[in-house]
Design a protein around this ligand. Structure first.
Ligand code: GLA
Length: 386
């Protein structure tokens, strides 16, 4: 129930932890079919402040949303379609593995742009998980924490997301992007300062068109993709997932699947190929090659995965015509949210102004730009401070 405000009795000093947001440089919608992704953590944070209570209940508050949510220590109430579902989902997953925190008050606050495709949800999940574990005197290895938070979102909130966001928010390292193989969770930390990369900045542009994974289009795309994957598996014995499929194999199955499934699968297969090239480009410090791959990725998201929108396409098309821009694309789940841009450092100021100016003239809406360095994930930050 969303309870009315009452004063709980706090037993000891609160524990305060935080988790960052993320931006994905390349590899969209590849993280639920065994593919590659290339995100980094960015300096927007969810802060979780947790205090032990005398009351026999769990209380959840957020500085960003109205109302508080309280529930008894043992509850199997369903989700409420409210902000509290994210921390409550994490609590349920912890309880399911035998971690039962003492009664608490969890207070969330933060500055991660909401509904912008920068993973405000996973940031809340990871911060909440760290807080509840700390209060219980426990820790979890990074992979387990990321998977637990993903299950909270899949099983309790009801959003069919992949593992990218929870993983990078937990495990990222400052100064690096994280090239993750989502089939086995192996990863490379890719330095962001090799060769020409040291002369470019990551600029995020928020279209302010709201995106929500819980809304149906993400799940619909996922179903179309998985239907195509099922056809390919039936055709090629031993093929585990789209993460290891080739374009030739897809073409061989074209007639056996819907046009939509074909296009969704083509996006995933070409996206995974782009990620392989991005690995070489990044380790070789070739920022131009990375920028070109980002532009190709956007075309594939727009035309094959069909998860862009007019405002985002405008931001990408405008960006790549501006001085100093090496590449631009839609980032995150899509259907609104943000673009990610690779921009020469000395051109960043002019780039941001020109992009925002063009957007407000065209749509009578204001876009925001954020120039971001790669920061530590939540666990790396804790380790550093320990
Ligand atoms: C959202 C999901 C991720 C991933 C992206 C698209 O951010 O949470 O798991 O699927 O969309 O790449």
């Amino acid at each position: 129930m969303l309870s009315s405000s009452k004063k709980p009795v706090v037993l000891r000093e609160p524990i305060v932890v935080r988790a960052p947001a993320r931006v994905n440089l390349l590899g969209e919608h590849t993280d639920y079919t065994g593919g590659l992704v290339l995100p980094m953590a960015i300096p927007f944070y969810t802060t979780a402040r947790i205090s032990a209570l005398t009351d026999e209940q769990y209380i959840f508050r957020s500085a960003r949303f109205e109302g508080e949510y309280a529930e008894p220590l043992a509850s199997d109430a369903a989700h409420k379609k409210a902000w509290s579902d994210y921390p409550v989902g994490v609590l349920r997953q912890l309880q399911a593995r035998g971690t039962v925190p003492p009664p608490f008050l969890l207070e969330l606050s933060g500055d991660v742009p909401l509904g912008a495709g920068l993973s405000s949800s996973a940031s809340v999940e990871v911060a909440s998980c760290l807080a509840m574990l700390a209060l219980s005197g426990q820790t979890l290895p990074a992979n387990e924490m990321a998977l637990l938070c993903q299950r909270a979102e899949n099983d309790f909130v009801g959003s069919p997301c992949g593992i990218m966001d929870q993983f990078v928010i937990t495990s990222a390292r400052a100064g690096h992007a994280l090239l993750l193989n989502t089939r086995d969770l192996s990863f490379d930390l890719v330095p962001m300062n090799t060769g020409d990369l040291s002369n470019v900045s990551i600029v995020i542009c928020n279209s302010r068109v709201k995106h929500s994974i819980a809304a149906g289009e993400y799940g619909e795309r996922r179903q179309q993709l998985e239907a195509g994957q099922a056809v390919m598996r039936a055709h090629f014995a031993g093929l585990r997932d789209l993460g290891e499929a080739t374009l030739e194999q897809l073409l061989a199955c074209e007639q056996a699947m819907s046009k939509q499934s074909f296009k969704r699968c083509r996006h995933i297969i070409t996206e995974n190929e782009r990620l392989q090239h991005a690995r070489e480009a990044m380790f070789g410090g070739d920022a131009w090659a990375l920028g070109k791959l980002m532009v190709e990725a956007h075309a594939s998201q727009r035309d094959d995965f069909e998860c862009s929108c007019e405002e985002i396409d405008f931001l990408v098309d405008t960006a790549i015509g501006l001085h100093g821009c090496l590449g631009a694309r839609l980032t995150g789940g899509g259907f609104g949210g943000c673009t990610v841009n690779l921009v020469a450092r000395d051109a960043v100021g002019g780039f941001c102004e020109s992009l925002k100016d063009a957007y407000s003239k065209h749509f009578s809406m204001t876009a925001d730009t954020y120039v971001c360095e790669a920061v530590d994930g939540a666990l790396a930050e804790q380790e550093r401070e320990a």
